[in-house]
Design a protein around this ligand. Structure first.
Ligand SMILES: C[S@@+](CC[C@H](N)C(=O)[O-])C[C@H]1O[C@@H](n2cnc3c(N)ncnc32)[C@H](O)[C@@H]1O
Length: 511
């Protein structure tokens, strides 16, 4: 283990937690101290506004400077904020090289608010709390002595996206594969009796233990190894992974480069997950995938889905290969290398994409559910629009609705009752002053925030769905109202009802 990581010790860590709470070194406390602009800047790895906001000597300011801004603090000032000798003995702090009368932190400790208002802290390597390894190359107090390839990142946008997407049903067992700072494992401790966290990088397992201990969460079963190797004998109710999904020309940074060619790491995770899931269990991954010349991305991704699993694949963004290469060159700090080295590295990325006939890279979410269905539902769709997180409940109800649709033919659908989802509104689109709208749109203000065009029958039908009448009875009433043949209307409408159910506008009422 690296020399620069604190040693796990529950008693010591708990005294440190007490001090952090007493000083209001929490997400709310930080926001109050820094103000929104400096707080937001810190989340972008910009430290100047926060440095200006912490020029005083309150315990909270001292803690922010030590653990977030990587500045040394005079021993006496640190002692006013922390059990400083404990922290020195436990390795959270070291004596600063200069005058010896100052201390500095060995890890980044970032306040993080849990979903139910919990005060949590995420531990990561210095300079890696947000963004990538680029912060290290940028100078400042880097984690000297830490092999760059083994850096452990803190909370990024991808981490919080996955945490929000995760289905939070209480379960017996959960696996966080590629745990890093331990953020997904920390969330899982709130609703899983047993949490297993794995990582190829032993530093990450150590840091996960610190994150859990400092946040006062239950312990996790920590296992070192690649992909599903460390859990080859186990199965889980929930698997989550924000894996090293970057499609890159070589494995330089463990936190992002999976070290397998192209998108093989994500494909392998998807394919192998079915064997590690209990019946009804969910596997939720973030992934990047290639758009290969001459291949439809939806078909390519759908072909990864293992037998017996339903899948919902959502493509959130597509980048062209140049944008993608530049993003990850910057993440590694390569844009600060000399122009020749930068050009050589850029070339290597483009060579890799050319060799693999890659035209673009998709980024998105993959959720599998082990349904055991003979006719699995595999939905692969593009949805680049804003959504409302946390989406976990929407993910779960997507799969519930797929079960319903699979089990109901058209006759059964017409016999079923539905309710309109919360906060759906109707928009009428047309020329100003026109008597009738050109079309009507139903729009969700929650969850996926979908919008769908409907005809007047569809809009009227949705508006009446309060769970009291069957779909067939509602259609009969509409037929009478508009003077249409009720049998014909019953014949032509089930497809539209299916679409409204599939997209979450209508929820079936339990029979
Ligand atoms: C993008 S980070 C995710 C960290 C954290 N779970 C989160 O959501 O922020 C990916 C993690 O996967 C780990 N990793 C890399 N290759 C792996 C492999 N082959 N098997 C398991 N974990 C791996 C890295 O060490 C890193 O901690």
């Amino acid at each position: 283990m690296s020399t620069l990581l604190p040693a796990p010790d529950r008693a010591r860590t708990s005294r440190l937690r007490d001090a952090l709470l007493a000083a209001a070194f929490t997400a709310d406390g930080l926001l109050d101290l820094l103000g929104a602009p400096a707080y937001a800047a810190l989340a972008r790895s910009e430290t100047v506004p926060a440095l200006r906001a912490t020029r005083g000597d309150s315990p909270l300011e001292t803690l922010v400077r030590l653990f977030l801004l990587q500045r040394p603090a005079p021993y006496a000032r640190a002692a006013a904020a922390l059990p400083v000798d404990d922290c020195l003995a436990g390795g959270w702090l070291v004596r600063d090289g200069g005058d010896g009368d100052s201390v500095r932190a060995t890890v980044d400790v970032r306040p993080y608010g849990g979903p139910d208002g919990q005060d949590w802290w995420i531990v990561s390597d210095l300079g890696c709390a947000v963004g990538g390894a680029g912060g290290i190359a940028g100078g400042g107090a880097g984690p000297s002595g830490v092999d760059r390839s083994q850096l452990v990142l803190g909370v990024g946008g991808a981490s919080t996206t996955l945490a929000g997407l995760t289905v939070r049903t209480p379960v017996a067992s959960a696996l966080d594969l590629g745990t890093g700072s331990g953020i997904q494992a920390l969330h899982a401790t709130q609703h899983a009796t047993r949490v297993t966290a794995t990582d190829l990088n032993p530093r990450a397992l150590h840091i996960t233990r610190l994150t859990l201990e400092l946040s006062g969460a239950a312990e996790a079963d920590l296992r070192e190894g690649s992909l599903f190797e460390p859990v080859a004998q186990d199965t889980f109710d929930l698997i989550v992974s924000n894996p090293p999904f970057v499609i890159s020309p070589g494995a330089r940074l463990t936190y992002r480069d999976g070290g397998m060619g192209g998108d093989d790491l994500c494909r392998t995770l998807v394919q192998q997950s079915a064997d590690r899931l209990n019946d009804g269990g969910y596997c939720q991954l973030l992934a990047n995938w290639q758009h290969v010349e001459g291949e439809d991305w939806r078909e390519r991704l759908s072909s990864w889905v293992p037998r017996g699993c339903d899948a919902w694949i959502v493509q959130r963004e597509v980048q062209d290969i140049a944008q993608y290469a530049e993003l990850w060159l910057r993440d590694a700090g390569d844009h600060r290398a000399g122009p020749e080295e930068y050009a050589a590295r850029y070339d290597a990325w483009l060579d890799e994409f050319e060799a693999r006939k890659t035209k673009g890279i998709g980024f998105g979410w993959i959720t599998l559910r082990k349904s055991g269905a003979d006719r699995p539902s595999v939905v692969a769709e593009e949805w680049p629009h804003p959504v409302e997180q946390p989406l976990g409940p929407a993910v779960r109800s997507h799969f519930d609705r797929q079960d319903f649709l699979r089990a109901h033919d058209d006759a059964a659908l017409l016999a079923a009752r539905f309710v309109l989802a919360d906060e759906v509104v109707q928009e009428q689109v047309g020329l100003p002053g026109a008597e009738d709208p050109e079309h009507v749109v139903l729009r969700q203000n929650r969850g996926m925030r979908r919008a769908t065009k409907v005809d007047t029958v569809g809009a009227g039908f949705a508006g009446v769905c309060d769970g009291s009448l069957s779909a067939g009875r509602i259609l009969d009433a509409i037929a009478q109202l508009i003077g249409e043949d009720a049998v014909l209307l019953r014949d032509r409408t089930p497809e539209s009802i299916r679409t409204l159910v599939e997209q979450g506008f209508l929820t079936p009422v339990a029979e």
